[in-house]
Design a protein around this ligand. Structure first.
Ligand code: SF4
Length: 342
C-alpha cells in the first residue's frame, strides 16, 4: 500500500462541494451525481470507486465541463480549482484550463485518439494548443515526451496512426498527451481497464512515476479496489450517484463500514483465485429513472438491509476522524438492538 505523504497542511487544488449533475430522461431531470463532495491536494491520489452507473464518470466529465450539451446539466454545488470556480466558466476559459492545468485520460484511447491523424500530429497539438512554440520545437518535445512514457522508438511512432499501435502503447500515447503541459491535476477514468494485467501494471507504474516527478494530483476512477490499494491516498466509494463511504486508503481496506464497500472488497481476487467480476455482487445498480426517492439506494442489494432502510434516507456522516459513511447501521439516532453492527 502507498505510504501517505505529509501534505495535510496544504490547500486543496480541487474542491467539489455538493455537486449534483442531472440527465434528462423523457423530459424529467434525474441526478446521476447527487451531492458529491471531495477535495484533493497536490501530489495526492484520490480514488473514486463503484460499479458502472454509480456516477463516477459523470462526476469527472462535470469537472472537465465535458458533459453532453443536450440533456445534461449541473444542477447544484460548486467546483473550485485553485480557488477559481470552474462550473461557471465560459467554454473559452475552460479550454485554457483543459489540457493545461487539468487533463483527463479515458479507458479506451481509440475513442480519444483521432484515427485519421498521426501520433506525432496529435502529441504535437497538445503542445501547440497551450504553448507558444514552433511546430519544429513541438515535434522535438513530442519525441522526448513519448520516450519519457516508455516508448522505445518514438521517432518511428510519430509517423504511425493509432490503429497501428497495441492497446498499451495507445494508452501510453494518451498519457503523453495528457501530461504534455504538466497539468496540476490528472483525471484518469478507468485508465487500465481495457488492458491485460501485465500492461495494466506497467501503466500504473508509469502514472506513479509521472505523479512523483511532477507533483501532480490524480483522481483515479476505477471499479477495481486492487488498483486503489496500489495507487491511492484517499478513497470515495460511490453508489447510485451518492457517496456512501469516504476514508483514507488504509482505513477503507482494514476497517470498511458500508456494506457496499465490504462487498466490493470481497470481489477483489485473492492470489490463488480466478479474477472475480463485480457482477458477483447480486443485483444491479438502479437506473436513473428507477432510483428510489426515499430510503437507501443500496437497500435492494444490501445483505444487512433492515425494514427502516427503505423508509429512512441515510446521510453521509463522520463516524471517526476522516472516515465518513452513509448507512443507517451507523446512525446514532437509530435504536441499535438487533442491528448486527460488526
Ligand atoms: Fe444496507 Fe440499510 Fe446501510 Fe443501506 S442503510 S447500506 S440498506 S444497512
Amino acid at each position: 500500500m502507498k505510504i501517505k505523504s505529509n501534505i495535510h497542511h496544504e490547500e486543496a487544488i480541487l474542491k467539489i462541494a455538493n455537486l449534483k449533475t442531472a440527465f434528462d430522461i423523457n423530459g424529467t431531470y434525474h441526478n446521476a451525481v447527487d451531492d458529491v463532495s471531495l477535495s484533493i491536494k497536490r501530489r495526492e491520489v484520490v480514488g473514486v470507486v463503484g460499479e458502472s452507473g454509480c456516477g463516477k464518470s459523470v462526476m469527472s466529465l462535470s469537472i472537465m465541463k465535458l458533459l453532453p450539451k443536450q440533456g445534461s446539466k449541473i444542477v447544484g454545488g460548486h467546483i473550485y480549482f485553485e480557488g477559481k470556480r470552474l462550473d461557471t466558466l465560459s467554454e473559452q476559459e475552460m479550454n485554457r484550463i483543459r489540457g493545461k492545468d487539468i487533463s483527463m485520460i479515458f479507458q479506451e484511447p481509440m475513442t480519444s485518439l483521432n484515427p485519421v491523424f498521426t501520433i506525432g500530429f496529435q502529441v504535437s497539438e497538445a503542445f501547440l494548443n497551450h504553448m507558444k512554440i514552433s511546430k519544429k520545437e513541438a515535434r522535438i518535445q513530442s519525441i522526448q515526451l513519448l520516450k519519457s512514457v516508455g516508448i522505445s522508438r518514438p521517432e518511428k511512432m510519430m509517423d504511425e496512426y493509432p490503429h497501428q499501435l497495441s492497446g498499451g502503447m495507445r494508452q501510453r500515447v494518451m498519457i503523453a498527451i495528457a501530461i504534455a503541459c504538466q497539468p496540476k491535476l490528472l483525471i484518469a477514468d478507468e485508465p487500465t481497464t481495457a488492458l491485460d494485467v501485465t500492461v495494466q501494471a506497467q501503466i500504473l507504474e508509469l502514472l506513479k512515476e509521472i505523479q512523483d516527478a511532477n507533483d501532480m494530483a490524480i483522481i483515479l476512477i476505477t471499479h477495481d479496489l486492487g488498483i486503489v490499494a496500489e495507487m491511492c491516498d484517499h478513497v470515495i466509494v460511490m453508489y447510485a450517484g451518492k457517496m456512501v463511504e469516504k476514508a483514507d486508503v488504509d482505513t477503507l481496506f482494514y476497517n470498511p463500514k458500508h456494506p457496499y464497500t465490504s462487498l466490493l472488497l470481497g470481489a477483489i481476487p485473492k492470489m490463488d483465485e480466478e479474477k472475480k467480476e463485480l457482477s458477483s455482487i447480486k443485483g444491479i445498480v438502479p437506473s436513473l429513472n428507477e432510483m428510489p426517492t426515499v430510503g437507501c439506494r443500496f437497500a435492494a442489494r444490501c445483505p444487512k438491509a433492515m425494514p427502516e432502510c427503505t423508509v429512512i434516507t441515510p446521510i453521509l456522516a463522520e463516524i471517526e476522524s476522516g472516515h465518513e459513511v452513509s448507512c443507517l447501521l451507523y446512525d446514532t439516532s437509530m435504536p441499535k438492538e438487533g442491528m448486527g453492527i460488526s
